[in-house]
Design a protein around this ligand. Structure first.
Ligand code: GDP
Ligand code: IMO
Ligand code: MG
Length: 420
């Protein structure tokens, strides 16, 4: 059995949490493979909304195994908050959530450094979620990080203090008002909670599952336009959000990857700084934000909104080897007379239909216009109910990228989902 992957094709917040929750009944194991508490994955069912950050979005289904893979970075404090929230709902994750021993830890001093480094960037700030992601991955690459496997070692305190001392030197250059001592107390308490979980050699466990024929879904965080290699660098996150990240973040070989679900909104959003060719700084953008409730699930910041970008979509479909597309939030455009999609960019008078090295330039998106469907699609549950204008929009995208739109999401709730 191969491992299917579900990942975001834009700048995050495409609806991954909802989609994973909807698909989980088809799987035995759900795994996160990169990112950390910078992610905010929303799930809605039974008139309740849940936001998950580090924990895989399969946890609301019974008898499923959930794994935090080696490619993730975990902050014990945010993890404990999520755990306790779920415990109140009667879900005790200690039974069926396994942690990879190779998963790196976000230290309190990583959070302080994230704040200090962002502040030092001034106007050029990335707009980080300030969860310590960048500094934690920096230490991983610098080979000075701490991992979950270390927390049960007698040398843990020694390792922790060594890392903290190094960070303190850096904090003299990048000062921040993050309350390190207070956070450290919570952090140490939360480390004790982490010890109550099963720590696994996840690469072995995952490959054994694959060989036994267990069905597995790997859940991405962020989106491909935030990928450390292929995103809008330097306005990106610090991990590989592309499909290849599922191989390194779980320890599986490329040929073990099955379907790649690529999820995108019928428009596009971005939180934080960085170039955004199709951004709408006008009434239309405001309307999308309002109707789509486009405010960050992790930080509450308003999301920047714009029209769908086909140049970017073709690029990310190529990078990820997407086999099935999932379109979300078309319902947000229900009342619009016209829907636009960028099919190319005009840069220095030249038309470009591929993703250039730099989009942070004087760039004019070239749009194709579609007639809006002007119908409420939120109650529709069958593919044959979808309005002709929306189907035309979908067909155009399918023809352009060469991949079918297999699922259309028409609302935040679990059941507002149409399989095609
Ligand atoms: P994720 O990070 O990719 O999991 O996405 P977020 O949870 O950050 O943001 C997606 C938001 O859109 C959440 O509030 C979801 O509840 C909501 N959502 C997901 N799918 C749909 C949809 O098809 N229509 C509408 N209106 N909302 C949706
Ligand atoms: P999900 O999984 C949207 C953005 C931040 C910032 C940049 C770097 O919910 O889709 P970081 O905290 O990683 O150093 O921030 O990346 N970002 C996200 N934007 N959705 C996310 O996750 C994001 N995770 C990080 O806003 O611009
Ligand atoms: Mg999100």
């Amino acid at each position: 059995m191969k491992v299917d992957v579900l990942l975001g094709l834009q700048w995050g917040d495409e609806g991954k949490g909802k989609a994973v929750d909807v698909l989980t009944p088809n799987y035995d194991v759900i795994t996160r493979f990169q990112g950390g508490p910078n992610a905010g994955h929303s799930l809605e069912f039974n008139n309740m909304k849940h936001v998950l950050h580090t924990i895989p979005s399969g946890v609301f289904h019974q008898n499923k195994i959930n794994i935090i893979g080696n490619g993730v970075v975990v902050d014990p404090v945010t993890f404990a908050e999520e755990f306790n929230g779920l415990l109140k709902l009667g879900i005790d994750l200690r039974k069926n959530l396994y942690l990879s021993k190779k998963t790196h830890l976000i230290l309190p001093s990583h959070r302080a450094l994230d704040a200090g480094k962002e502040a030092a960037k001034g106007k050029e700030k990335i707009g980080s979620t300030l969860k310590g992601i960048g500094p934690a991955y920096t230490d991983k690459t610098a080979r000075t990080g701490l991992r979950i496997g270390d927390i049960t070692s007698p040398k843990f305190n020694e390792k922790y203090n060594k890392a903290k001392d190094q960070h303190k030197k850096l904090l003299e250059i990048y000062p921040s008002d993050f309350n390190l001592d207070e956070y450290e107390q919570e952090w140490m308490k939360s480390i004790e909670l982490l010890k109550e979980f099963t720590h696994i050699d996840s690469e072995h466990v995952i490959n054994n599952y694959v060989n036994e024929g267990k069905k597995m879904l790997a859940e991405g965080a962020q989106g491909t336009l935030l990928d450390i290699d292929f995103g809008t660098y330097p306005f990106v996150t610090s991990s590989n959000t592309v499909c290849a990240g599922a191989c390194t973040g779980m320890g599986i070989a490329p040929q073990k990857i099955g379907d790649v679900y690529g999820i995108f909104k019928a428009y596009i959003t971005r939180v934080g700084s960085g170039p955004f060719p199709t951004e709408l700084n006008d009434q239309t953008g405001e309307e999308i934000r309002k109707i789509g409730r486009e405010f960050g699930a992790t930080t509450g910041r308003p999301r920047r909104c714009g029209w769908m970008d086909l140049v970017a979509l073709k690029y990310v479909v190529m990078l990820n080897g997407v086999t099935k597309l999932i379109m979300t939030k078309a319902d947000v455009l229900d009342a619009f007379d016209t829907i636009k999609i960028a099919t190319g960019y005009k840069i220095n008078g030249e038309v470009v239909d591929y993703m250039p090295y730099d989009i942070d330039v004087d760039l004019e998106p070239l749009y194709k216009e579609f007639k809006g469907w002007k119908k409420d699609i939120t109650k529709m549950r069958n593919a044959d109910e979808l309005p002709a204008e929306l189907l035309e929009y979908i067909k155009f995208i399918e023809d352009q990228v060469g991949v079918p739109v297999s699922i259309v999401s028409v609302g935040p709730e679990r059941d507002a989902t149409i399989f095609r």
